[in-house]
Design a protein around this ligand. Structure first.
Ligand code: CA
Length: 226
């Protein structure tokens, strides 16, 4: 799980990344709106910490563009502007949360963790685990930039797992979501889909894998960095 910190104050940026790392969250840092746009266009982050007072542009413009592209990545706005009006503008601009400087690092981490837990964060149009991206409307899966071709059932299984990435999903739940409650499915149907998905993901350089948790179910998770 990777976060993006957009902050031009290098000391603060360093403090933030240290605090996030201590909480088990990896973060990339950029200091300008232009760089933020650049990385956000090419990299999917679990969440963004966005400073508004950036040297080149207002952070809100970055946020607005992100939302205009239908990108639902959770954004926590971090700013010295603490007025009610500013908060409202930030939230209307598509921020998921708002924290005013000065702030306690613990509070920032706690708020980010709450954002990451929020199911809404994973209900967006695009899902992403490692370098696997899934456009749920177009039903198109990508590994990196490369489109992948799966059967409709395989895509459905992948979606169920990706919407719960990092969590174990029981085989029963996959069966129920896939076939509905009323149909009695062959006992290994889901296993067959999982097997094909797993192979194709591995063969195409995916940086996330589907793990089998024996007797419990399945889990898709990003590979741990070495
Ligand atoms: Ca600033």
């Amino acid at each position: 799980m990777r976060l993006l910190v957009v902050e031009d104050n290098t000391e603060l940026a360093e403090l933030l990344t240290k605090g996030l790392n201590a909480a088990g969250l990896a973060a990339d840092v950029v200091a300008t709106a232009q760089d933020a746009r650049g990385v956000l266009a090419t990299t999917r982050y679990a969440a963004v910490v966005l400073d508004l007072g950036l040297p080149d542009e207002d952070g809100l413009a970055v946020l607005r563009d992100l939302r205009a592209r239908q990108d639902a990545t959770p954004v926590l706005v971090l700013t010295a502007r603490g007025g009610v009006q500013d908060r409202v503008i930030g939230l209307r601009g598509g921020a998921d949360d708002y924290l005013t400087k000065p702030f306690a690092l613990e509070e920032l981490v706690a708020r980010l963790q709450a954002l990451l837990r929020r199911p809404g964060a994973l209900l967006g149009r695009s899902l992403c685990v490692g370098n696997i991206a899934f456009d749920t409307e177009a039903r198109q899966v990508f590994i990196g930039e490369a489109p992948q071709y799966f059967s409709a059932r395989e895509v459905a299984v992948l979606e169920i797992l990706m919407r719960r990435s990092g969590r174990v999903v029981s085989k029963k739940l996959v069966e129920d979501q896939l076939f509905g409650l009323s149909i009695d499915v062959g006992s290994n149907a889901v296993e067959v889909y999982i097997h094909r998905l797993r192979k194709q993901l591995a063969d195409n350089g995916a940086t996330a894998q589907i793990h089998t948790i024996r007797g419990v179910g399945y889990l898709i998770a990003e590979d741990k960095e070495p």
